[in-house]
Design a protein around this ligand. Structure first.
Ligand code: KG4
Ligand code: ZN
Length: 358
């Protein structure tokens, strides 16, 4: 799955990565930038409640964490003694979920006398690109866009990050999911299928049929806002009869998708130009969107910029990306103490927030 990257960036010892920040229980082993195993268990019970239920997520992680770790080690063909270290997502995320991963990682590392490292989830998403694309080297600008994040991150060098923009309300993937729900496109129990459903319908629709707002465009800010476009879809479709709404679903989907993609592409390209980088990384679940990929590639090419997308399995939450960060940081001699704790919100070391300091 991954190409081999600079030997200098990663550790030559295998690192177990553990990720439990939301509703995926994941474990993976990488060595020197190569992915030996990448196991993701996605919890499905939440769909009955229309969203992730934190308490349920924690309990599921408790049940699944050790079998998933075992599977990741088996697939990598090693046991704990063969590892050089263990990396775990420390935050951001749901505190109960994070605590399961952190406790498991601590117990395993202490028992096997291995070094331990707490990892920032967003740094993990960045490393999905770094692991897979050896030519993606800093400086680069990254758009991390999923159901939980919409962040523009300037990577001046690996380990040094500056948040240039973030959503002020809904994440882009969340907007896809909410709009799909209000258009009645989701089947009973579906939650995060909104992106794929809208994207499929949009392929047969007219993206200029409806005018939906492009929030915070032309303001000079790299922040995003997607709650307005969602409300606008609600108001404009309220005026349609049931039959009209059904007939025009493809047009509404295409117009909504065009509005979101327009903002994502525009702000990412503007930030890339402002930061002087030549390379862009797009990662997170929404990076699967065909329209986003096409528009981003086309616009970047016109500006002489190169765009990288991880494969879908690495775009969505996984532990290979956490192992990759661990491998990079452990190789630099970094270690977490046994007092490592979950940090559900807020910035972690190595991440500067340009948004709040402006
Ligand atoms: O990264 P991910 O699996 O989970 C987190 O949110 O952490 O991303 C899931 C999100 C959902 O909101 C889903 O609707 C969105 O990514 N998504 C898409 C597409 N595929 C998944 N959004 C737009 N177009 C897609 N093709
Ligand atoms: Zn994520």
């Amino acid at each position: 799955m991954s190409g081999k990257t600079d030997a200098s960036v990663f550790w030559d010892q295998p690192v177990l990565g553990i990720e439990t920040s939301c509703d995926e229980t994941a474990a993976a082993v990488t060595v020197d930038g190569r992915i030996l195993s990448n196991i993701v268990f996605s919890q499905t019970e939440h769909s009955l409640y229309g969203g992730v239920v934190p308490e349920l997520a924690s309990r599921n992680h408790v049940r699944k964490i050790l079998p998933i770790v075992r599977q990741a080690l088996d697939e990598a063909g090693m046991d704990l003694q063969g590892l050089g270290g263990i990396a775990v997502t420390q935050g951001p995320g749901l505190v109960g979920s994070l605590l399961v991963g952190v406790s498991a990682a601590k117990g395993l590392a202490m028992g096997a006398e291995l070094p331990l490292l707490g990892v920032h989830h967003i740094e993990g998403h960045l490393f999905a690109g770094v692991l897979e694309h050896p030519e993606l080297r800093p400086p680069f600008l990254a758009l991390v866009v999923s159901g939980g994040h919409t962040e523009l991150v300037f990577v001046s060098e690996l380990g040094v990050y500056e948040i240039w923009g973030r959503t002020r309300d809904d994440a882009a993937g969340e907007a896809f999911d909410k709009v799909a729900k209000l258009l009645g496109l989701l089947e009973e129990g579906q939650v995060t299928q909104g992106g794929p459903r809208i994207s499929a319908l949009a392929a047969g629709g007219n993206p200029t049929a409806f005018q939906f707002p492009r929030a915070l465009m032309g303001t000079g800010s790299f922040d995003f806002s997607f709650s307005g476009v969602k409300t606008s879809v609600l108001y404009q479709t309220r005026e349609l009869s049931e039959e009209e709404r059904r007939d025009r679903c493809a047009d509404i989907s295409a117009s909504f998708q065009a509005a979101v993609v327009d903002v994502l592409v525009h702000k990412t390209i503007e930030a890339a130009i402002a930061s002087g980088v030549e390379r862009i990384l797009i990662t997170g679940g929404v990076a699967a969107n065909r329209c986003l990929r096409g528009e981003m590639e086309h616009t970047a090419r016109d500006r002489g910029l190169q765009v990288f997308f991880p494969t879908i399995k690495l775009c969505t939450d996984n532990a290979a990306m956490i192992s990759g960060v661990g491998s990079f940081r452990l190789a630099r001699g970094e270690r977490s103490g046994w007092d490592l704790n979950a940090i559900p919100r807020g910035l972690l070391p190595g991440v500067k927030d340009r948004v709040s300091s402006r």
